[in-house]
Design a protein around this ligand. Structure first.
Ligand code: GAL
Length: 338
Protein backbone atom coordinates (compact mmCIF):
# COMPACT_ATOMS: atom_id res chain seq x y z
CA UNK A 1 0.00 0.00 0.00
CA UNK A 2 1.32 3.47 -0.93
CA UNK A 3 1.32 5.79 2.08
CA UNK A 4 1.07 9.48 1.26
CA UNK A 5 4.22 11.34 2.45
CA UNK A 6 2.15 13.75 4.59
CA UNK A 7 0.45 10.83 6.29
CA UNK A 8 3.85 9.22 6.87
CA UNK A 9 5.17 12.48 8.36
CA UNK A 10 2.11 12.81 10.57
CA UNK A 11 2.56 9.24 11.77
CA UNK A 12 6.23 9.91 12.42
CA UNK A 13 5.47 13.08 14.38
CA UNK A 14 2.81 11.29 16.41
CA UNK A 15 5.25 8.49 17.13
CA UNK A 16 7.90 11.00 18.15
CA UNK A 17 5.50 12.88 20.37
CA UNK A 18 4.53 9.65 22.07
CA UNK A 19 8.10 8.46 22.46
CA UNK A 20 9.88 11.34 24.01
CA UNK A 21 9.64 14.77 25.55
CA UNK A 22 12.19 17.10 27.11
CA UNK A 23 11.29 15.70 30.51
CA UNK A 24 11.99 12.18 29.31
CA UNK A 25 15.54 12.88 28.20
CA UNK A 26 18.32 13.15 30.73
CA UNK A 27 22.09 13.38 30.46
CA UNK A 28 22.48 9.92 31.99
CA UNK A 29 19.83 8.38 29.73
CA UNK A 30 20.01 10.41 26.54
CA UNK A 31 17.58 10.11 23.66
CA UNK A 32 19.58 9.44 20.50
CA UNK A 33 17.98 10.43 17.20
CA UNK A 34 18.97 8.50 14.08
CA UNK A 35 18.22 9.96 10.66
CA UNK A 36 18.81 7.39 7.93
CA UNK A 37 18.83 7.90 4.18
CA UNK A 38 17.07 4.63 3.53
CA UNK A 39 16.35 1.20 4.91
CA UNK A 40 15.97 -0.32 1.46
CA UNK A 41 19.54 -1.59 1.42
CA UNK A 42 20.27 -4.37 3.87
CA UNK A 43 23.28 -2.83 5.51
CA UNK A 44 21.43 0.19 6.93
CA UNK A 45 18.97 -2.06 8.77
CA UNK A 46 21.99 -3.76 10.26
CA UNK A 47 23.50 -0.40 11.26
CA UNK A 48 20.26 0.88 12.78
CA UNK A 49 19.69 -2.29 14.78
CA UNK A 50 23.27 -2.38 16.05
CA UNK A 51 23.32 1.29 17.09
CA UNK A 52 19.96 0.87 18.80
CA UNK A 53 21.10 -2.23 20.69
CA UNK A 54 24.22 -0.46 21.92
CA UNK A 55 22.37 2.73 22.94
CA UNK A 56 19.86 0.65 24.88
CA UNK A 57 22.65 -1.37 26.53
CA UNK A 58 24.18 1.93 27.65
CA UNK A 59 20.83 2.99 29.12
CA UNK A 60 19.57 5.38 26.45
CA UNK A 61 16.66 5.46 24.01
CA UNK A 62 16.60 5.67 20.22
CA UNK A 63 14.23 7.39 17.83
CA UNK A 64 15.06 6.28 14.29
CA UNK A 65 13.73 7.77 11.06
CA UNK A 66 14.33 6.79 7.45
CA UNK A 67 13.90 9.22 4.55
CA UNK A 68 13.49 6.66 1.77
CA UNK A 69 16.11 8.40 -0.35
CA UNK A 70 14.26 11.74 -0.29
CA UNK A 71 16.21 14.89 0.68
CA UNK A 72 13.14 16.92 1.63
CA UNK A 73 11.94 14.13 3.83
CA UNK A 74 15.32 13.78 5.53
CA UNK A 75 15.31 17.51 6.34
CA UNK A 76 11.84 17.19 7.88
CA UNK A 77 12.91 14.03 9.76
CA UNK A 78 15.76 15.98 11.34
CA UNK A 79 13.41 18.91 12.10
CA UNK A 80 11.06 16.46 13.82
CA UNK A 81 13.90 15.01 15.91
CA UNK A 82 14.89 18.57 16.92
CA UNK A 83 11.29 19.41 17.89
CA UNK A 84 11.28 16.29 19.96
CA UNK A 85 14.37 17.48 21.87
CA UNK A 86 16.59 14.49 21.23
CA UNK A 87 20.01 14.93 22.84
CA UNK A 88 22.14 14.04 19.81
CA UNK A 89 21.49 13.00 16.19
CA UNK A 90 23.34 10.34 14.20
CA UNK A 91 22.86 11.06 10.48
CA UNK A 92 23.41 8.92 7.37
CA UNK A 93 22.81 11.58 4.70
CA UNK A 94 21.15 10.70 1.42
CA UNK A 95 22.80 13.74 -0.10
CA UNK A 96 25.89 15.08 1.67
CA UNK A 97 25.18 18.59 0.39
CA UNK A 98 21.47 18.86 1.17
CA UNK A 99 21.46 18.90 4.97
CA UNK A 100 23.29 22.13 5.75
CA UNK A 101 20.18 23.95 6.94
CA UNK A 102 18.91 21.00 8.98
CA UNK A 103 22.28 20.62 10.69
CA UNK A 104 22.38 24.37 11.42
CA UNK A 105 18.92 24.10 13.02
CA UNK A 106 20.12 21.22 15.20
CA UNK A 107 23.20 23.16 16.27
CA UNK A 108 21.06 26.20 17.11
CA UNK A 109 19.04 23.91 19.36
CA UNK A 110 22.28 22.70 21.00
CA UNK A 111 22.04 19.21 19.51
CA UNK A 112 25.35 17.62 18.43
CA UNK A 113 25.52 15.81 15.09
CA UNK A 114 27.44 12.64 14.19
CA UNK A 115 27.86 11.86 10.47
CA UNK A 116 27.61 8.09 10.24
CA UNK A 117 29.62 6.48 7.44
CA UNK A 118 28.78 9.31 5.02
CA UNK A 119 30.19 12.80 5.39
CA UNK A 120 27.85 15.80 5.59
CA UNK A 121 29.48 18.68 3.77
CA UNK A 122 29.77 22.40 4.48
CA UNK A 123 28.34 22.51 7.99
CA UNK A 124 29.25 22.21 11.64
CA UNK A 125 29.19 18.54 12.54
CA UNK A 126 30.81 17.11 15.66
CA UNK A 127 32.15 13.75 14.50
CA UNK A 128 32.46 11.57 11.40
CA UNK A 129 32.68 7.80 11.92
CA UNK A 130 33.47 5.81 8.82
CA UNK A 131 35.73 3.49 6.88
CA UNK A 132 38.54 4.60 4.57
CA UNK A 133 36.58 4.79 1.32
CA UNK A 134 39.57 5.75 -0.83
CA UNK A 135 41.32 2.60 0.41
CA UNK A 136 38.19 0.49 -0.20
CA UNK A 137 38.02 1.77 -3.79
CA UNK A 138 41.69 0.90 -4.31
CA UNK A 139 41.22 -2.61 -2.82
CA UNK A 140 38.32 -3.33 -5.20
CA UNK A 141 40.18 -2.14 -8.28
CA UNK A 142 43.36 -4.00 -7.29
CA UNK A 143 41.37 -7.20 -6.81
CA UNK A 144 40.05 -6.94 -10.37
CA UNK A 145 43.31 -6.00 -12.12
CA UNK A 146 45.15 -8.82 -10.34
CA UNK A 147 42.70 -11.37 -11.75
CA UNK A 148 41.72 -10.28 -15.26
CA UNK A 149 43.42 -12.19 -18.14
CA UNK A 150 46.87 -10.89 -19.06
CA UNK A 151 46.88 -11.92 -22.75
CA UNK A 152 45.06 -8.71 -23.72
CA UNK A 153 44.42 -5.36 -22.03
CA UNK A 154 41.75 -6.17 -19.42
CA UNK A 155 38.33 -4.84 -20.39
CA UNK A 156 36.89 -3.25 -17.27
CA UNK A 157 33.56 -1.61 -16.44
CA UNK A 158 33.21 0.75 -13.47
CA UNK A 159 29.85 1.00 -11.73
CA UNK A 160 30.20 3.91 -9.34
CA UNK A 161 27.68 4.63 -6.58
CA UNK A 162 25.28 7.52 -6.07
CA UNK A 163 26.73 10.83 -7.16
CA UNK A 164 24.95 12.51 -4.24
CA UNK A 165 27.00 10.41 -1.78
CA UNK A 166 30.48 11.69 -0.96
CA UNK A 167 31.57 8.08 -0.40
CA UNK A 168 30.93 7.24 -4.05
CA UNK A 169 33.39 9.96 -5.07
CA UNK A 170 36.01 8.77 -2.56
CA UNK A 171 35.61 5.19 -3.80
CA UNK A 172 36.11 6.36 -7.39
CA UNK A 173 39.21 8.27 -6.30
CA UNK A 174 40.66 5.05 -4.85
CA UNK A 175 39.66 3.04 -7.92
CA UNK A 176 41.21 5.63 -10.24
CA UNK A 177 44.48 5.55 -8.28
CA UNK A 178 44.86 1.90 -9.29
CA UNK A 179 43.19 1.88 -12.71
CA UNK A 180 44.38 5.07 -14.40
CA UNK A 181 48.15 4.30 -14.35
CA UNK A 182 47.34 0.88 -15.89
CA UNK A 183 45.15 2.50 -18.56
CA UNK A 184 48.07 4.81 -19.34
CA UNK A 185 50.42 1.84 -19.55
CA UNK A 186 48.05 0.11 -22.00
CA UNK A 187 47.41 -2.78 -19.59
CA UNK A 188 43.68 -2.26 -19.13
CA UNK A 189 40.82 -0.47 -20.87
CA UNK A 190 37.88 1.07 -19.06
CA UNK A 191 35.24 0.17 -21.64
CA UNK A 192 32.38 1.87 -19.82
CA UNK A 193 31.85 3.74 -16.54
CA UNK A 194 28.79 5.37 -14.99
CA UNK A 195 27.16 6.38 -11.70
CA UNK A 196 24.33 4.25 -10.28
CA UNK A 197 21.82 6.76 -8.87
CA UNK A 198 20.77 6.00 -5.29
CA UNK A 199 23.05 2.93 -5.22
CA UNK A 200 20.17 1.16 -6.86
CA UNK A 201 20.56 -2.41 -8.12
CA UNK A 202 18.45 -1.72 -11.21
CA UNK A 203 20.75 1.16 -12.15
CA UNK A 204 23.79 -1.12 -11.74
CA UNK A 205 22.13 -3.56 -14.16
CA UNK A 206 21.46 -0.83 -16.74
CA UNK A 207 25.10 0.26 -16.66
CA UNK A 208 26.34 -3.26 -17.38
CA UNK A 209 23.70 -3.75 -20.08
CA UNK A 210 25.01 -0.57 -21.72
CA UNK A 211 28.62 -1.75 -21.35
CA UNK A 212 27.87 -5.12 -22.96
CA UNK A 213 26.00 -3.43 -25.82
CA UNK A 214 28.90 -1.07 -26.38
CA UNK A 215 31.90 -3.41 -26.09
CA UNK A 216 32.50 -5.63 -29.13
CA UNK A 217 34.59 -8.04 -27.03
CA UNK A 218 33.55 -9.67 -23.75
CA UNK A 219 34.22 -7.69 -20.60
CA UNK A 220 36.64 -9.14 -18.04
CA UNK A 221 35.82 -7.33 -14.83
CA UNK A 222 33.30 -5.00 -13.19
CA UNK A 223 34.44 -2.74 -10.39
CA UNK A 224 31.05 -2.35 -8.67
CA UNK A 225 31.21 0.09 -5.76
CA UNK A 226 28.82 -1.75 -3.41
CA UNK A 227 26.87 -4.99 -3.05
CA UNK A 228 23.57 -3.23 -3.79
CA UNK A 229 24.72 -2.29 -7.32
CA UNK A 230 26.64 -5.58 -7.69
CA UNK A 231 23.26 -7.33 -7.42
CA UNK A 232 22.13 -5.65 -10.65
CA UNK A 233 25.53 -6.19 -12.25
CA UNK A 234 25.32 -9.96 -11.61
CA UNK A 235 21.74 -10.04 -12.92
CA UNK A 236 22.83 -8.39 -16.18
CA UNK A 237 25.71 -10.88 -16.52
CA UNK A 238 23.39 -13.80 -15.76
CA UNK A 239 21.03 -12.75 -18.54
CA UNK A 240 23.97 -12.68 -20.96
CA UNK A 241 25.22 -16.10 -19.75
CA UNK A 242 28.31 -14.40 -18.37
CA UNK A 243 27.74 -15.02 -14.65
CA UNK A 244 30.88 -16.43 -13.03
CA UNK A 245 33.00 -15.55 -16.08
CA UNK A 246 33.52 -11.90 -15.16
CA UNK A 247 35.24 -10.64 -11.99
CA UNK A 248 32.71 -8.60 -9.96
CA UNK A 249 33.44 -6.60 -6.80
CA UNK A 250 31.22 -5.15 -4.11
CA UNK A 251 31.28 -4.04 -0.49
CA UNK A 252 29.13 -4.42 2.64
CA UNK A 253 29.07 -8.25 2.94
CA UNK A 254 25.27 -8.16 2.53
CA UNK A 255 23.69 -11.57 2.85
CA UNK A 256 22.64 -11.74 -0.82
CA UNK A 257 26.15 -10.68 -1.88
CA UNK A 258 27.82 -13.29 0.33
CA UNK A 259 25.51 -15.88 -1.24
CA UNK A 260 26.53 -14.72 -4.72
CA UNK A 261 30.20 -14.91 -3.71
CA UNK A 262 29.78 -18.48 -2.46
CA UNK A 263 27.89 -19.43 -5.62
CA UNK A 264 30.41 -17.70 -7.87
CA UNK A 265 28.49 -14.94 -9.65
CA UNK A 266 30.07 -12.15 -7.56
CA UNK A 267 33.79 -12.57 -6.92
CA UNK A 268 34.41 -10.51 -3.80
CA UNK A 269 32.92 -8.13 -1.29
CA UNK A 270 34.45 -5.95 1.38
CA UNK A 271 33.51 -6.70 4.95
CA UNK A 272 33.01 -3.56 6.97
CA UNK A 273 32.61 -4.49 10.64
CA UNK A 274 29.48 -2.42 11.22
CA UNK A 275 29.31 -3.42 14.87
CA UNK A 276 32.53 -1.57 15.62
CA UNK A 277 31.27 1.50 13.79
CA UNK A 278 27.84 1.37 15.41
CA UNK A 279 29.24 0.80 18.90
CA UNK A 280 31.67 3.68 18.45
CA UNK A 281 28.88 5.97 17.23
CA UNK A 282 26.60 4.99 20.13
CA UNK A 283 29.32 5.64 22.73
CA UNK A 284 30.24 8.95 21.05
CA UNK A 285 26.56 9.94 21.01
CA UNK A 286 26.46 9.41 24.77
CA UNK A 287 29.65 11.37 25.30
CA UNK A 288 28.41 14.28 23.18
CA UNK A 289 25.00 14.26 24.86
CA UNK A 290 26.75 14.44 28.21
CA UNK A 291 28.85 17.38 27.05
CA UNK A 292 32.13 15.45 27.03
CA UNK A 293 34.84 16.41 24.58
CA UNK A 294 35.27 13.97 21.72
CA UNK A 295 38.76 13.03 20.73
CA UNK A 296 39.24 11.16 17.47
CA UNK A 297 42.42 9.85 15.88
CA UNK A 298 41.88 11.59 12.52
CA UNK A 299 40.20 14.63 11.01
CA UNK A 300 38.68 15.44 7.65
CA UNK A 301 37.81 18.76 6.03
CA UNK A 302 34.09 18.92 5.19
CA UNK A 303 34.31 22.38 3.61
CA UNK A 304 33.31 24.08 6.86
CA UNK A 305 35.85 22.79 9.36
CA UNK A 306 38.22 19.97 10.18
CA UNK A 307 35.82 17.36 11.54
CA UNK A 308 37.17 14.80 14.05
CA UNK A 309 37.05 11.47 12.21
CA UNK A 310 37.37 7.77 12.97
CA UNK A 311 38.19 5.22 10.26
CA UNK A 312 37.53 1.55 11.01
CA UNK A 313 39.45 -1.20 9.19
CA UNK A 314 37.96 -3.36 6.45
CA UNK A 315 38.66 -6.85 5.08
CA UNK A 316 38.62 -8.11 1.49
CA UNK A 317 36.40 -11.20 1.38
CA UNK A 318 35.99 -13.86 -1.27
CA UNK A 319 35.08 -17.54 -1.30
CA UNK A 320 38.41 -18.45 0.34
CA UNK A 321 38.05 -16.46 3.55
CA UNK A 322 34.26 -15.98 3.85
CA UNK A 323 34.01 -18.38 6.79
CA UNK A 324 37.08 -17.13 8.64
CA UNK A 325 35.86 -13.50 8.50
CA UNK A 326 32.19 -12.64 7.94
CA UNK A 327 30.83 -15.91 9.35
CA UNK A 328 33.35 -16.15 12.21
CA UNK A 329 32.37 -12.64 13.32
CA UNK A 330 28.69 -13.63 13.32
CA UNK A 331 27.95 -11.01 10.65
CA UNK A 332 26.34 -13.65 8.41
CA UNK A 333 25.31 -17.17 9.37
CA UNK A 334 26.93 -20.18 7.68
CA UNK A 335 23.54 -21.78 7.01
CA UNK A 336 22.38 -18.67 5.12
CA UNK A 337 25.27 -18.91 2.68
CA UNK A 338 24.60 -22.41 1.35
C1 GAL B 1 27.64 4.01 0.79
C2 GAL B 1 28.43 3.08 1.65
C3 GAL B 1 28.41 1.69 1.09
C4 GAL B 1 27.02 1.25 0.71
C5 GAL B 1 26.29 2.30 -0.07
C6 GAL B 1 24.88 1.91 -0.41
O1 GAL B 1 27.59 5.26 1.35
O2 GAL B 1 29.76 3.52 1.75
O3 GAL B 1 28.97 0.82 2.03
O4 GAL B 1 26.33 0.84 1.81
O5 GAL B 1 26.31 3.52 0.61
O6 GAL B 1 24.04 1.85 0.65
Amino acid sequence: MQIHPFVRSAVLLAALAALGSPAFASKEKPVVGISLDTLKQERWQHDRDTIEARVKALGGTVIATSANGDDTRQVSDIDALISNHVDVIIVVPHNGEALTRAVEAAKEAGIPIIAYDRLILNCDIDLYVTFDNVKIGALMAQYVVDRVPKDHPGRIVCVYGAQTDNNAKLLKQGQDSVLLPLVKAGKINIVHADWAADWNSENGKKIVNAAIAKSPQPIDGVVASADSVAGGVCQALLEEHLAGKVIVTGQDADRAACQRVMRGSQTMTIYKPLKQLADYAAQAAFDLAQGKKISAPNSIDNGFKKVPAVFQDVTVVDKDNMFSTVVKDGFQKAEDLK
